[in-house]
Design a protein around this ligand. Structure first.
Ligand code: URA
Length: 443
């Protein structure tokens, strides 16, 4: 087999501009050859561009995902297979998106086993691992043995993706980044799922976000990605559901690392903002359904509600914190008290209904130290914002809109103008206020 023949087959010709479907052998030849260093970057770049223009079928995307997945190590959960089916949740990322933090203990309290491998903050979006590490002592770099033990004992475990997971994705992503081929639905699907499936789950609840603060800017693009992910998982013999959610304005009232831990605890205490509560219960219900604990989503919602009301979900969370090295007593004492000493307040500039843009807020939070622009940058655990007013609220000039916490005094020079700019004022509510939080559910 020659790489050039696979490239021209996908590229097509004047008579056949859409190209042809690649076989399993062809995809494996290309991906394995690339990882082994036998096929050069320039040929893979050409193939990526052909895929960008001509797409892939769900079957091809499934084979690509499987090949990328098997390019590295996978989590071996066979020693606890009696706990299966394992169910995980993945979010395409957003601003103030802390749902995984209350969701994993909630699902575990309902009897679902959740092996969760998460990512770090990058650009304007936050990262679950950085949020967890803001808890004193909490370790996310678990060995596979520790991961399995904590999962078995507590019903869930949280860890990071190691370099050994899907090395093909790391190589391909770096190439996509510099060849203008990141925004390809089958390539995004294979990239996300090769890493997710490697953690050993059987079922997946996918939060596919759309809007300014999301990776996919329009509802249509998010729906296309959601369809591709669900059908690719189906082709790989996995169960999944994709839930399309709104990310035009920040989720909840707290954005940051430790600040989002606080809001997650509020949710597990039966308090907290309605939007975070709604998504946590909905995703929890679907995890219960896919995990075989209930027969309907409504039953799942009731089970989740009960696990919050009787305190078992919060108990699971504290048990996990202890199991992963975190200091539970210090965490409890820090809640609503631990704050960065660098603080500013943002007041309303005029009267009117406000709208807070998620992307602008995310970029500002990155300047504050919540996230990072380069993978080797450190984040600040206590940086972030507390929103006292949210999109759709009526304000009077001078009202407090948000408290802002920075990593140092200097960061406010960049962050405050961005935050000022993230808030718009109008005589009527912005039309985006009537957009639903959950747009569509795709099975
Ligand atoms: N996230 C990933 O992991 N991969 C992509 O291609 C896009 C988003």
């Amino acid at each position: 087999m020659r790489a050039v023949d696979v490239i021209t087959k996908k590229r097509g010709s004047l008579l056949n501009p859409k190209g042809e479907e690649l076989t399993k052998e062809e995809i494996e030849f290309i991906i394995n050859g690339y990882v082994e260093g036998k096929i050069p970057d320039y040929q893979i770049s050409a193939l990526l561009m052909a895929i960008y223009f001509n797409g892939m079928t769900f079957a091809e995307t499934g084979v690509l995902t499987g090949t990328m997945l098997h390019s590295g190590e996978t989590m071996d959960l066979s020693s606890i297979k009696d706990k299966a089916p394992f169910v995980d949740k993945h979010s395409t990322g957003g601003v103030g998106d802390k749902i995984s933090l209350p969701l994993a203990p909630l699902a575990a309290a309902c009897g679902v086993y959740v092996p969760m491998m998460s990512g770090r903050a990058l650009g304007h979006t936050g990262g679950t691992l950085d949020k967890l590490e803001s808890i004193d002592g909490y370790r996310v770099g678990l060995s596979p043995e520790e991961f399995v033990k904590i999962l078995k004992n507590g019903g869930y475990a949280m860890t990071g993706q190691t370099k050994a997971i899907a090395p093909a994705d790391r190589l391909l992503y770096a190439l996509r980044d510099v060849t203008g081929t990141v925004e390809s639905i089958p390539l995004i699907t294979a990239s996300i799922l090769s890493k997710k499936v490697a953690e050993g789950s059987d079922c997946f609840v996918l939060d596919v976000k759309y809007g300014s603060g999301a990776f996919m800017k329009t509802a249509q693009a998010a729906e296309d990605l959601a369809n591709c992910m669900v059908n690719t998982l189906k082709a790989m013999g996995k169960k999944s559901v994709a839930i399309l959610t709104n990310m035009q304005t920040p989720l909840g009232r707290k954005v940051g690392n430790f600040l989002e831990i606080e809001e997650s605890v509020e949710i597990l205490q039966g308090k907290g903002p309605e939007d975070v509560k709604e998504l946590t219960i909905l995703f929890g219900a679907w995890m219960c359904l896919l995990g075989g604990k209930v027969k309907t989503v409504e039953e799942g919602k009731a089970l989740c509600q009960k696990a919050i009301e009787n305190g078992s979900a919060l108990q699971k969370f504290f048990e996990n914190v202890a199991a992963q090295g975190g200091n539970v007593e210090k965490l409890k004492a820090d809640l609503n008290v631990r704050r960065s000493p660098y603080k500013k307040e943002l007041f309303a500039k005029e009267d009117g209904f406000i709208y807070i843009d998620a992307y602008k807020c995310g970029i500002a939070s990155c300047s504050l130290g919540v996230g990072r622009n380069r993978t080797d940058e450190a984040v600040c655990p206590d940086a972030g914002m507390i929103l006292h007013r949210v999109s759709g609220d009526m304000v009077k000039k001078g009202d407090l809109i948000m408290e802002v916490f920075g990593k140092n005094e200097e960061c406010f020079a960049a962050a405050m103008p961005l935050l000022e700019d993230s808030v718009t004022y109008s005589a009527q509510k912005d039309s985006k206020c009537s957009d639903k939080l959950v747009l569509k559910i795709i099975e």
